[in-house]
Design a protein around this ligand. Sequence first.
Ligand SMILES: Nc1ncnc2c1ncn2[C@@H]1O[C@H](COP(=O)(O)OP(=O)(O)O)[C@@H](O)[C@H]1O
Ligand SMILES: [Mg+2]
Length: 284
Amino acid sequence: MSGVFAGGLALADQSPPEELVVAPVSAHEDVLRVEHLAKSFGQVTALRDVSMHLKKGEVLGLLGDNGAGKSTLVKTICGFQKQDSGQMWLHGQPYEPKSVQHARELGVDVVYQDLALIDELSVYQNMFLCREERYSRLPFLNGAKMKREARKVLNDIGIRLPRLDVPVARLSGGQRQSIAVARGVYSNADILLLDEPLAAMGAKEGAMILELIARLKQEGNLSIIMILHNYVHVLESCDRVNMIVDGAIALDKPTAETSVLELNEIVVEQYRRARQAAQVQEVA
Ligand SMILES: Nc1ncnc2c1ncn2[C@@H]1O[C@H](COP(=O)(O)OP(=O)(O)O)[C@@H](O)[C@H]1O
Ligand SMILES: [Mg+2]
């Protein structure tokens, strides 16, 4: 026990000794840890041995070639599918989501690359999918209220849609993706997983989403894992970058300590090795 706390009155007008000035524990806390995760689909090994972590308020960019295992990792964390082996921890507790809904209840929400929206449902119905009950205790859904809330959320982000009651099938790819991202962001989750949130978006829509993520980062409560393809976006929007190569994390660095050049070199090296392996096979 230090004198500051033991004899607070006597030391009230003095600065605490240097060793007592520590950052709040929460700033360093891992909200999520993934250890030695493996997942195969028949003969295909999607995740070989993935260990990673996510700090509170951090935006982690996940990079990797097509088929590297990025979506599989996200789908495992969000409860969509279960790993073959390995362990996950949420806020220091063992984390074993039974379903996407279960993960959501534990504060982990996802915007999938390929399962984002239900085409036949309208904009506002999609935004409140599986969450309708939070907005009404009545046995029927309060459409007008959902529409109002959806409009507000979309306006906040800067997404302009003339009508919210049309099926999302009629919208552009970028508009659909914006709705999916908006839904995730306003879901009350404390960990959000975004699988290629900028796919199918034009530069303007993409910039809006990155702007939104920058705002969320400033608030510091939400922790995000985001799969992106564009290195410039990663370096601009993320605090740290992980790159998956062959089902394992091959690079883990703060974005301030890496560059487009370094990220490119890893990919070029990977490509070189793949070509060599293909040539060896051809000769054999
Ligand atoms: N449900 C599935 N059934 C069979 N193979 C799958 C399934 N999901 C993913 N894969 C395979 O696992 C590998 C990793 O896929 P994925 O995680 O989607 O990669 P990424 O998102 O990095 O492009 C790929 O070879 C892919 O074909
Ligand atoms: Mg993917």
